[in-house]
Design a protein around this ligand. Sequence first.
Ligand SMILES: *Cc1c(COP(=O)(O)O)cnc(C)c1O
Length: 459
Amino acid sequence: MANTIPTRIYLNEEEMPKFWYNLRADMKEKHDPILHPGTLQPVTASDMEAIFCKELVRQELDDSTKMVPIPERLLDFYRAFRPSALIRAYYLEKELGTPAEIYYKFEGTNTSGSHKLNSAGPQAYYAKEEGLETLTTETGAGQWGTAMAMACGFYGLDLTVYMVKVSSEQKPYRKAVMETYGAKVVPSPSDTTDSGKKILEIDPDTGGSLGCAISEAVEMAIKTDKCRYVLGSVLDHVLLHQSVIGLETKAAMDKFGIKPDIIIGCAGGGSNLGGLIAPFMGEKLAGKSNARFIAVEPASCPSLTRGRYVYDFGDTAKTTPLLRMYTLGNGFIPSANHAGGLRYHGMSPILSKLYHDGYIEARSEVQTDVFDAAIRFMKTEGILPAPESSHAIKAAIDEALECKKTGEKKVILFGLSGTGYFDLSAYMQYNAKTLTDKIPSDDDLAKGFASVPDIPQNK
Ligand SMILES: *Cc1c(COP(=O)(O)O)cnc(C)c1O
């Protein structure tokens, strides 16, 4: 007998979202404003426009427009790789022997391999509309750089990607994809910027970090004509674009009357989780749903579960505006972990606020457990998951096993943010049993917290 709910639920083109959903408009309590690092006053649009495209700044500062139309030329871009499938994990459910229903939204079918293309497209589109010629950005594991390279290729813009040096050496194929799409890839720290030179003077052999690559990219944007900087996560406009994930998921679920009880996502800077939960959280804030939301982070970089809710810089050189967020401190250097996309010291201000107010739960997982969950998932569902996404798989499996104990038929939804095709060295280590779990000590964390700015707002 065929299942009443299909294994893969797709939307038709007409059913795809034409608007993004700005969750902030429905948050009664907004998160604290972004501060100018010099004056410690809320940033103005003109402060931000030195670094970011105008329209993105407008979106960043808009906490009242609920539905934001997606421009027609961008819908074209989305139609090239969306809608993504919402998949019922029938085979995983069976293997676990759980009464729970498990669904996942798979964002890894485009060439960049993750959800990041959902925001790369709009960021390149608005830059082109504004007459800019070049964009700069940083990339850690390479997913965001690849997504931006694709988007800039589509809209005809130059792109310089500062890629964390160790990643550019470990992931030559990522670099090759970006270069093939026409991007210039600079291993960071480099001697092309003052902040890069400064870091190299202190530590010539450093493998670099995301915070340091951000400093270089921002500096280049400020110093180059018709050039702006783009960021792949954390900021509110990125979460706005990523709401397309949640809107599609909700539309697909509504077709079959499915209501998730638990919604899970991995959290690095918070964009895939923020996008997935947006419309469901909107219902919860309106008192129309009792769903639980779970953010899963690596034990090696536990911003929500062990961080502080304070104002901090987004980068190591302390050049960005200040965001109030859960942070481990801009100087925190996480130990090597294969979920490169989750190695960021801070967290989206929207998710930080929701977590602080008790709307979201958070947990951290060690990578050996995460890879065990990934293997269980790939053997039943057939998809090789990204290590980042596997954090969500781990929590989904745990919740499903909890249902097995209690006999509850909960509906579990998780975000499968990407594929693991560029993470095979991590799987090789898993197979060779050489993966290790490094959890920072309280002393390690104290060093990071010492880098948080000493300003009245943090007292
Ligand atoms: C970048 C990335 C993440 C983490 O970023 P968020 O902004 O927290 O979503 C998660 N999964 C994949 C596959 C990524 O590439």
